[in-house]
Design a protein around this ligand. Structure first.
Ligand code: AKB
Length: 317
């Protein structure tokens, strides 16, 4: 049977890059991208799906004979705090719809992203272990901690093969994040390349776990490719690439743009970041399915700046 993949939330920061990689791997006609709105210039198969609508997901699954679903739609940590009950409703409803449609239609594999937002003060901040106590302080984090347990439940009760990674902050040049606490680490590169100064909403010493886009896409595909027997963790896997603070990323950027200036004005997002790990122990992912990050802060910075320069130059011509 051919692998036919549905990506829900395909227009987001990760979705837009992941869809391209899935198209390269499985063929453009075997990947159905979906989101609330179409995306200008998108190349491939696209369907409008509001994932709060069970029937719509089921219709697309049946029409295209979908075998795998990547459910990337969610309201993130910072945005989610604006309306906690609505965030809970959307994050949980979309998740249950995907899990139920998958169970009822014998979907082979489901990808459900979790986040470092599941951790709170009950977990060690340094090298946070995979099985740390989870006491998230944002509604996004609560929804993901709960979603991890539901993933495990669907696996144990129904045998649904759901796989999950706790994403750290994702940094890439191809797309912009929206509504997260780690978003500054993408914006800062754009400002540097545009020759502008940057005002950071986190304090200069706020260290958080992050990962470069190429690494996170590779991790996601490697996890989905791994033999079922090697997936021993059915809640979610810790995963990391690199940890740094705003001061450290600034100094790395200043190696390329010595005049780049950053000021600091912590806002409500500082409180969210203060609850999160500084670094992550991802040894379970390394041992169980061979995870190895490739990009450190220097390599990431050089690539981000090179790619954004090319992007802005093309855009300006
Ligand atoms: C956020 O900041 O909310 C996300 C995340 C770490 O899940 N980038």
């Amino acid at each position: 049977m051919d692998t036919v993949i549905l990506v829900i939330g395909a227009n987001g920061q990760l979705g837009s890059v992941l869809v391209k990689s899935l198209q390269d791997k499985f063929g453009i006609n075997n990947v159905i991208a979906s989101d609330l709105r179409t995306k200008e210039g998108f190349n491939g198969l696209f369907e409008i799906i509001d994932a709060t609508q069970f029937d719509r997901i089921q219709e697309i699954v049946k029409t295209y004979k979908i075998t795998q679903i990547y459910h990337l739609a969610a309201i993130l940590s910072a945005k989610g705090e604006e309306n906690p009950l609505q965030t809970w409703d959307i994050n949980m409803k979309t998740m249950f719809n995907v899990f139920e449609v998958s169970r009822l239609n014998n979907i082979e594999k489901v990808f459900y992203p979790s986040s470092i937002a599941v951790f709170g003060d009950g977990a060690d901040k340094d090298l946070t272990p995979n099985d740390a106590y989870l006491d998230p302080a944002t509604v996004y984090g609560i929804s993901k901690a709960s979603g991890e347990n539901w993933s495990q439940y669907y696996f144990l009760r129904y045998g649904l093969d759901i796989r999950s990674i706790r994403y750290p902050g994702v940094i890439g040049y191809q797309s912009l994040p929206g509504g997260g606490t780690t978003d500054y680490a993408v914006d800062i590169y754009h400002k540097a390349v545009l020759g502008e100064s940057f005002n950071c909403f986190l304090s200069e010493d706020t260290t958080l776990p992050m990962i470069y886009m190429d690494d996170v896409i590779r991790a996601t595909l490697e996890l989905m490719d791994a033999p079922k027997e090697s997936i021993k963790t059915r809640t979610s896997y810790n995963l990391t690439g690199v940890s740094f603070s705003p001061a450290e990323i600034t100094s790395e950027i200043q190696n390329i743009y010595p005049d780049f200036k950053v000021s600091y004005k912590p806002d409500f997002r500082q409180k969210i970041a203060n609850k999160w790990p500084k670094s992550i122990d991802d040894s379970a992912a390394r041992e169980e399915w061979g995870w190895q990050p490739k990009f450190n802060l220097k390599a990431m910075t050089e690539t981000m700046i090179k790619e954004l320069k090319a992007y802005y130059i093309t855009d300006l011509v």
